[in-house]
Design a protein around this ligand. Sequence first.
Ligand code: NAD
Length: 263
Amino acid sequence: MIKVLVNGACGRMGSEVVRTLEVEKDLQLIAAVDPQHAGGNLGMLTRTNYKDIPIYKNLNEALTICVPDVVIDFTTPSIIKESAKTVISKGIHMVIGTTGLTVEDREELSNMVDITGSHVLIAPNFSLGAVLLIKVSAEIAKYMPNTEIIELHHNHKYDAPSGTAKLTAEKIAEARILTAEKDNTKESLIGARGGKYHDITIHSVRLPGYVAHQEVLFGGHGETLTIKHDSLDRKSFMPGVMLAVKNIFKHPGLVYGLENYLE
Ligand code: NAD
């Protein structure tokens, strides 16, 4: 039985994780952390039978009282680095879904992990379809280097562009062999052409009604190719999160991207 603590347990993703854990035979939820609901009834808040699982106000408090095997984190970009340091300093494994960690943050955490022995997975997207979209995009980019990304999310998302769009751009940039053609468009409205990450243009749309969606557009001579992924429900992330928790023991160090866990 793997003992799990969920950080951000009462948020949109955290509560979906709690509901999923309830039906997982090999995983045992032992504690929750959420400052907005500390001391509250987790069962009522997440519509589960977890009424006796404590909700702590912060990770430090929780980790002095209980010792999970794995912490699952879906909180907020502003605190994720500190939370990761707290967990890693105790040698506990961590599955991070929260976005916002920079390349430098990942390097710093990776150095810590090498000392304490924690296994850490940072996955900007736990949906298996999105992971496959990234893999396929990198493959297409070898032959069609001209590409732009459009990502569309609900209007309560904290950050732009999404972590998934940035990871897609990184993988495309690594895979490209041919040089992309430059466009000479002059913006008459700042931002009209999106933002560049690893020299790839990303456009972020934020509107109510969306969950998490991404299109990768490739342009060639006289042809275009578009691939698209839609997460229609937060349930789409759960098989990936559960796969990560069950397999984290096999993957030492800090791993970035769920694709590294897919055999
Ligand atoms: P949310 O706002 O619904 O939930 C965040 C929760 O974290 C809230 O309940 C809040 O009270 C709690 N929180 C705030 N400060 C905290 C702290 N110091 N300690 C513990 N908990 C704290 O947000 P959400 O929609 O659930 O998204 C959470 C994160 O997950 C975001 O970064 C989002 O981009 C990311 N996300 C990742 C994936 C993925 O597949 N990797 C998918 C969806 C969302």
